[in-house]
Design a protein around this ligand. Structure first.
Ligand SMILES: Cc1cc2nc3c(=O)[nH]c(=O)nc-3n(C[C@H](O)[C@H](O)[C@H](O)COP(=O)(O)O)c2cc1C
Length: 451
């Protein structure tokens, strides 16, 4: 699926163009360009869009009214006026109307139907009208729009720098995820500034196209309608949604026993690799559940640091709460959750310590600060204040200055030998796929569980 953003020159001049490609579960920025002529832009889009694409245009694409204001503009003004996102009322009295609507018509002739009614994740060629200022307010939870279109050159450059930083740092954390893009630097002023502005706006439009395709109406508003003109605006993440209504629809994939590896670890490696290549933040973060000998449970996140045979390796402090619990009770469980892939993996088994040599080898590979930190922290013990910790770190720094930082006696690795591994894939209507592997006499028994 491809997504194109067009910061259209309403009356004349260059338009910014951005092309995103959905690769695995991440969006990748493929092109960021400028083009002058609407005809040239249509060709640019046609050459790149492929069969399945959503094109988002920052310009009024449907204007049936001779004068006055479109319903879409009225609603936009009503909702976003308070963020200073004033909307220009589009009508046929405006000089640009033929150019902007003509452009949308040319796209229609190229097969891009108006997508204000399209279903989420529909295939095919679509176009939508968008409004980047309102989109930025929503996607980035802004109190006011970023004023990079108006005002002094220095003020515009500063606001554009903020937009650049939000695109760069926030969209990689959003869903759908944008792989950190390479973006042009903000020039000091003049023509070059306008060009970068057109490109960054186009990228924002392209992201809105992807957001609309991915979430449909569950996380976007359509202001107006296809006959009278409409604008698609993303929703603010989830802030205003009551907890009881926070739920996703799982549509990405299914699990078929026949297509899964015979070996649970091979299957895990495959999913883990997919989580890695999808660019998820910390795909190796897993929740580790332990319990005392009388069954008092506790859980926390640790990082997977290796796979050895059927064992999952992580490192920690042997005298921490988890360390003490694992001394008493070797039964433990791990959970990975990769929301962007709509996947969960549950593992249960028995934990033992890795060899001292193995812990030493791993410890040596850690950055110096982490090694000193391991000396400074009596993990899980009550500490008087932050200053105590910092003093302990400083002491460790002095103690090992210039020399090797050895492995602390209370620090090292654990391996959880898996006895069962369950692969969970979210599916529509809560009929999720669950495939569980159980180790039995040197082989894995594979069973499907009811969701
Ligand atoms: C993303 C993430 C990764 C973590 N990785 C580790 C780790 O690899 N080892 C570890 O001991 N603690 C790790 N922690 C901290 C633990 O969650 C926990 O705070 C700490 O181990 C103390 O837990 P305990 O008191 O239950 O023993 C991590 C926390 C987070 C959020």
């Amino acid at each position: 699926m491809r997504f194109v953003g067009i910061d259209f020159g309403w009356e004349r001049g260059a338009s910014g163009l951005a092309l995103l490609d959905r690769d695995g579960t991440s969006l990748k920025l493929r092109e960021l360009e400028l083009r002058e002529e609407p005809r040239e832009i249509v060709r640019w889009v046609e050459e790149r869009a492929g069969e399945d694409a959503v094109v988002a245009i920052d310009a009024p694409t449907v204007i049936p009214n001779k004068t006055g204001m479109r319903e879409a503009d009225r609603l936009t003004q009503e909702r976003y006026g308070r963020y200073d996102a004033g909307c220009y009322p589009a009508s046929r009295a405006r000089v640009y109307w033929k150019r902007t609507t003509g452009f949308a018509k040319a796209l229609e002739r190229a097969g891009f139907a108006h997508g204000g009614e399209m279903a989420a994740r529909a295939k095919g060629r679509w176009q939508i009208e968008v409004y980047p200022h309102a989109a930025a307010v929503q996607l980035f939870t802004l109190r006011r729009i970023l004023k990079y279109k108006r005002g002094t050159v220095a003020g515009r450059a500063e606001a554009l720098g903020e937009l650049r930083s939000l695109l760069l740092h926030r969209l990689p954390l959003a869903t759908p995820r944008l792989a950190p893009p390479e973006l042009p630097e903000i020039p000091k002023g003049g023509r070059a500034l306008k060009q970068v502005e057109d490109k960054l706006d186009a990228l924002l439009c392209a992201y809105v196209a992807a957001h609309w395709w991915y979430w449909g109406r569950t996380r976007n508003d359509v202001l107006g309608d296809a006959a009278r003109g409409y604008i698609v605006v993303p929703h603010r993440r989830t802030g205003a949604v009551p907890l009881s209504d926070l739920r996703e629809s799982y549509l990405l994939a299914g699990l078929d026993e026949s297509a899964m590896a015979k070996d649970a670890i091979t299957q895990f490696e495959e999913w883990f690799e997919q989580a890695r290549t999808a660019g998820l933040p910390e795909p190796n973060a897993m929740t580790l559940a332990t319990a005392t000998s009388n069954g008092e449970p506790s859980a926390r996140v640790v990082l997977l640091k290796g796979l050895e045979g059927n064992s999952f390796v992580f490192y920690s402090n042997y005298e921490s709460q988890k360390g003490r619990e694992l001394d008493e009770n070797q039964r433990a469980a791990l959970v990975f959750y990769w929301p962007e892939l709509e996947r969960q993996v549950r593992i249960s088994g028995t934990v033992s310590r890795v060899s001292r040599e193995e812990s030493e080898a791993y410890f040596r590979s850690r950055p110096e600060g982490h090694r000193l930190g391991a000396w400074a922290s009596e993990q899980s013990a009550v500490v008087g204040g932050r200053a105590t910790l910092e003093a302990a770190l400083e002491q460790a720094r002095v103690r090992f200055a210039g020399g090797e930082i050895p492995l602390p006696p209370s620090w090292g690795g654990y391996r959880l030998k898996a006895q069962a591994i369950e692969f969970w894939q979210g599916r529509p209507d809560r009929l999720h796929d669950r495939i569980r592997y159980r180790a039995s006499g040197g082989v894995w028994l594979i069973e499907r569980l009811s969701p």
